[in-house]
Every structure is written in structure tokens, then in C-alpha cells.
Design a protein around this ligand. Sequence first.
Ligand SMILES: Cc1cc2nc3c(=O)[nH]c(=O)nc-3n(C[C@H](O)[C@H](O)[C@H](O)COP(=O)(O)OP(=O)(O)OC[C@H]3O[C@@H](n4cnc5c(N)ncnc54)[C@H](O)[C@@H]3O)c2cc1C
Length: 395
Amino acid sequence: MTLKHSCDIKDILIIGGGLVGATLAVALALTKKEYSQALVDAAPEEALFDPRLIALTPGSVCLFKNLDIWPHLVKYAEPIKHIHVSKRGSFGSVAIHAAELDLSELGFVVPAKYINAALYSIIRKTSAITLLKPAQLQSFTYNQEEVSLQINLGEKTTTYRAKKMIGADGNHSLVRQLLNIPTRQIDYHQSAIVTMTTLKSAHENVAYERFQHKGAIAMLPLQENKVATIWTDDNAIISDLMTLEDEAFIKQLQKNMGYRLGRFLAISQRSVFPLQMIQAKELPQSKLFLLLGNAAHTLNPIAAQGLNLSLYEVAALVENLQKNDFSLHGFHHQYQKSLQLSHYLPKIFASDFFMLPGIRPLGMLGLDSFFPAKKFFAKAAMQHSGKIPALLLPD
Ligand SMILES: Cc1cc2nc3c(=O)[nH]c(=O)nc-3n(C[C@H](O)[C@H](O)[C@H](O)COP(=O)(O)OP(=O)(O)OC[C@H]3O[C@@H](n4cnc5c(N)ncnc54)[C@H](O)[C@@H]3O)c2cc1C
């Protein structure tokens, strides 16, 4: 679908229709009905092959419920009721139970492809959203009042105008580059293998995270007695693991995880993702531009914060826009918290956890009995601390 007249000016134009840009489009269509908006996405089709398996916090689930997205997802979502964190070669573990925090669950795990499919089934039916897909931002210019964008649609490049532009165009964001926003980048020289493991016994809705010498293995409950399996380690180790036949890989996985989840029977196709942190150093202070999602911050996925943080920001932006404030003001402290958790959690658990000042007396066993610290970890991981945008709260 194209704009009827390319000289029409849109109130908001979103570049990038990944999970973040697409959720924002749906949220705006529901809460700012007077806004005209366009969503521009380069991918030819919905990412139905996206292998990522996403752990959603209760706040993110509330957002999806409040936006009527959840009914599309509920049949694919499996609750996490317990989290169990341990380190290979060390005694002790940390256990967090939903009931201890007066919650029915600590979150849900949903395959990304279903979130994507749900978002686009809504977007395609919502007349307030002009969808340009596949379409690619080439360049833009701007003055005090508006942005003029060159968008490539197949063979043709067309100019579109917008009063505000949001860059939700991922880690290599062209919007960020064209605005000359500097980045802080950390290459962890690690990658993650993502697969689904079929279990012999029931997973009992426990999410396991087991830290290794350098990396970690997370196994999160999925439907049909499968578990989302994310194995991170140094690039060379991950490359070796990728060369193994399924049977040998399962054996290795079992050796590293032990038998808490019983026997592993099979795995699905394995995919590899590089681990990096990219942080836009200065977010634009402008009434014209904003960066969201991976374009603003790509986090180490080990703490399952990336999408959850971005959904928090989508909800914050939508709330501020009700007061015509095109910013994340008042909410942005969450960003530093998620950033630190994603960056330091693997270090705390994988390195010499016991040696860290302040934490040394607790150890991993101590953390389990030291409830306030445990509660802090759980709440930070669930983003249920600080100011919460209304869309992240139950209806
Ligand atoms: C292995 C792994 C596991 C993860 N697990 C979790 C988890 O459990 N929980 C969690 O919260 N997060 C998790 N994350 C993080 C989460 O996946 C990301 O935070 C989230 O997907 C970012 O979405 P996005 O829309 O910002 O970026 P992207 O998904 O990268 O989307 C960007 C979009 O922009 C489009 N685009 C790019 N350039 C242009 C252009 N020039 N013009 C038009 N369109 C353009 C692309 O086509 C794409 O559709 C995980 C990440 C990984 C790698």
C-alpha cells in the first residue's frame, strides 16, 4: 500500500517495522486516533522464520493485553513460574518463585515469529496505519518543522513528509547514522546458539539459567514440553558446537546443564546470533526525531531485557504523547537499569561472583536467603520498579 499523495504530511513516520516499530504503530493507532502515521519496513515479508524465543515480563504482557495483541499470542505463550540460576562447578543456586512475589507467573515465553505475525495481522487491518513494506529509507533532510524522506519502494524512490520521525530500524540504524549520533559499542566476542529442546519429563514451568566459565545456558519453558534453549559462549566454542551433529550437541548440552530438566530428546534447527552491546550515546533532543528499540540500544540477550525495555519505552512514549510530549522524559531511568543488568549479570554470575565486594558475603546461596536482594534482581529483571507507564499495568 502506498500513500495516496506523497506530498501528504504524516504526523509520525516510523522507520523499521520489527517488533518495536510494529508495536508502536499498533499502540499509536489505538491511543492517538487523530494521528496519521506510516510504518516503513525493509523486510519483504513478516519475519516468519525469526527463530528467537522471547521471554516477556508481566509488564510487556500487560502492554500486549492492553493493545489487544495478547489474544493472538496466548495460545503460543508458556508461563514461567520459577527461575533457577546456578553456576557450573559451584555449589548453591538462586531460586525465584512467582508465588513469593505474589504473582501468578514471572513472565511468559513466546516465539518471536508469532508476535510478529500477530502485529502484522492487526496492522494490515488498521486503516489508520499506512504500511509501506517492503520499503527502505534512503536518506532524509529536515527543517525546523518537518522531515522529508526518500523512501525506496521497489524500483521507485518517492519523497514522503512527516512532522516526526522515529528510527526503529535496528542495530545498524540508518536513521542513527544519518543523524550522526555516536555510539558506544562492545563486542563481547561471543555468540548465542538458539534452538528448541524437546524434553522427556515435564518442565514444570521452571526457567533455568546456568552460567558456565564464560558463557551461559538458558532453558525457558515452551509449549508441548519443549524449552527455548539459548547457549552463549566465546565465538570459537559456539562455532565448534555448531559443527556437531544433533545427537552430539544434545549430549554436550546435557553434560553442561545436568539432569534438572530430565533427559533431552531432540533439538530443532540451531541459529547463531552475535552478542554485542550498541548504545546510542546521545539520544536526539529534538521535537522531530526519536530512536527506539535496537536502534537506540542493542543489549546482551542473556538477561532477556532488549525487547522488554523497548516495550517499556513504547508505552512511555505513548503516554507522553497524550500530553503532546514527544520524548521519554520521566521514564528514562529504566534504560540505565536494563543496560546494567544485561551487561553485568553475566559477569556477576559467570566470573568470580563470590569475589565481588558487597556480594562476597552473600554468595549464590546467600542471595537465595537474602530475600531483599533476590527481590531486587527479580523486580529489575521484570522491570517492575520505578515509574511504570499505564499501558504496562493491568487494565
Ligand atoms: C538470541 C536473542 C534472544 C533474545 N531474547 C530476548 C528475550 O527473551 N527478551 C527480550 O526482551 N529481548 C530479547 N532479545 C532482544 C530482542 O530480540 C530485540 O530487543 C528486539 O527484537 C529489537 O527489535 P527492533 O524492532 O528494535 O529491531 P529489529 O528486530 O532489528 O527490527 C528492525 C527493523 O527495521 C527494518 N529496517 C532496517 N533498516 C531499514 C531501512 N533503512 N528502511 C526501512 N526499514 C529498515 C528491518 O527490516 C527490521 O524489520 C533477544 C535477542 C536475541 C538476539
